[in-house]
Ligand binder design. Structure first.
Ligand SMILES: CC(C)(COP(=O)(O)OP(=O)(O)OC[C@H]1O[C@@H](n2cnc3c(N)ncnc32)[C@H](O)[C@@H]1OP(=O)(O)O)[C@@H](O)C(=O)NCCC(=O)NCCS
Length: 143
């Protein structure tokens, strides 16, 4: 990994603006249910200690969220700023989240990749993840 980057817990006062800008650039957003500010507020309110940033010179250049429900771990919102990709920061973020989930007793991690972003499976395969034949279902409870 880029030796100048380090992984830190997300701190709203210091990181919010840069994280929103990063997510708008990396993901784009179609609706309010996953608008960056809303997603950040919900995760901060959860206070589960599973939201991390990669910092370069104190500035966020990468993010990852994880979740753990006592059965499975999940990874979300992995992003690295375009100018800092292919330097190992994405790998470091995933490894950091994996280590944190492991300390909580999590035995397996799942994640979802949108069809339009299928090439990113190469990144996850390099980290030991495999495509599993599942039908992914979901239901919105808010707006
Ligand atoms: C996916 C992402 C987080 C990777 O971050 P990164 O810091 O560039 O990743 P790393 O440098 O740790 O990459 C490690 C290895 O993964 C593989 N890899 C990385 N990006 C890849 C891509 N887009 N496609 C295929 N393989 C990729 C490479 O083997 C790479 O090693 P190499 O650079 O020595 O060839 C980054 O490309 C990104 O933010 N993409 C946009 C947001 C996104 O798609 N997030 C995932 C949503 S599921």
């Amino acid at each position: 990994m880029n030796e100048l980057a380090h992984i830190s817990p997300y701190a709203d006062a210091a990181h919010r603006g840069a994280v929103i800008a990063l997510w708008e650039s990396a993901f784009g957003y179609a609706g309010a249910h996953n608008a960056p500010g809303f997603a950040i507020d919900q995760k901060v309110a959860a206070a589960d200690g599973l939201f991390f940033v990669a910092l370069l010179g104190g500035q966020p250049v990468g993010t990852i969220m994880a979740g753990y429900d006592g059965h499975r771990g999940w990874l979300y919102s992995l992003a690295v700023a375009a100018a800092h990709r292919r330097g190992g920061i994405g790998t470091a973020l995933v490894r950091h989240a994996e280590a944190e989930l492991a300390t909580r007793g999590c035995a397996k991690i799942n994640l979802q990749v949108l069809p339009a972003n299928a090439s990113v499976t190469g990144f996850y395969r390099a980290l030991g993840y495999a495509v599993e034949e599942r039908v992914s279902m979901g239901k919105r409870l808010l707006g």
